[in-house]
Design a protein around this ligand. Sequence first.
Ligand SMILES: [Zn+2]
Length: 415
Amino acid sequence: MIRATLGCLLLAFSLSAQPVYDILLKGGHVIDPKNRINDVRDVAVADGKIARVAANIPESQARRTVDLKGLYVTPGLIDIHVHLYNRPGFPPPNRNQSVQPDAMAFRTGVTTMVDPGTSGWRDFPDLKKSVIERSQTRVLAMINIVGTGMGIADENDPKEMDPEAAARMAKANPDVVVGFKTAHFSGPGWVAVDNLVKAGNLANLPVMVDFGAASPDRNVKTLLLEKLRPGDIYTHCFSGLRQELLNGKVNPAMIEARKRGVIFDLGHGAGSFFWNVSIPFFEQKFWPDSISTDSHFGSINAGMKDILNVASKVLNLGVPLDQVVQMLTQNPAKEIRRPQLGNLDTGVEADIAVLRLDRGKFGFMDSAGARFDGTQLLACEMTLRKGRVVWDLNARSSDDWKKFDYQRRRAGKKE
Ligand SMILES: [Zn+2]
């Protein structure tokens, strides 16, 4: 009896001395806009979830501690405009080719990507099977109102626009479909946008519009003030191709639309971000709600590069870092109606980005190839997805090789 009690006591003692966290991110400057944290904090992760965010969590409580002094810790970034689908046989290897999620995401702090209608209501199941279900990155999608999505001439064919079919596909895949998209429609009229919003109403989801080229019978004012609903997303908002800027001034329709809840997404891409358009917007304090890349082969090796290059541009145009982080986390999460993403709430999946802010002399290229000189550049040091380190630029979470247990590794034992 006495022995049993003693045993229990010993067991209890040893349990309390056991580390309770898998990993402790120590001493970083946490920016978590949703929880209004913008200060030095420790972040503890257990079982793939955020366990605690607080000052001075003891190292003894974690199996592994990573020193992040001087770095920023944010929720995993959300990029709501990344092209992720190459349908069989199309496009041929060219600048319109989509990227692979895991090849782009983690090295830039991104843990969630949204494909903006590269696939449509007809071929979405193939995107799901070939990309969404095979990626470590959390991949969500907007379904194109056109059956075979983007890149094929069908984007202009009203016969291919089917709001009922799009809504059915969305309702059948509520875990991964977050909205609908139209892109590149060149008129005449409003058939693409009208069918898009119809799908949005049928499935109760937001829509995203790439408004294509301007045409006399369709203008941005009608789109933003009459066609789109609160919560709908106008991407490529600084393209300047559709009178977003009027004589150097922000089009009053955009200011009015923002008041009624229309969302403005940056969507840099290969042809939608120019210094001579963006600078007046930022000078007039019209900032994007969300920062997105519009990644594809044509943009990733040109001016756009990646989400941190785009975010650095916004930072250098005068937006404070905490608000830049909000445009990369909380805001896009809200836009796609995934409130569990883009924050460090206790209990959510531990998707985390660790960013370094370098100061110096940096050049930033726009979609035309023009340079803007800046002094701040964001880089990704570490990324965690579901609590697992999936990117670690300086091997901060690794043991020094002299202490490293190579034999244990060879034996295939994991921590
Ligand atoms: Zn795009």
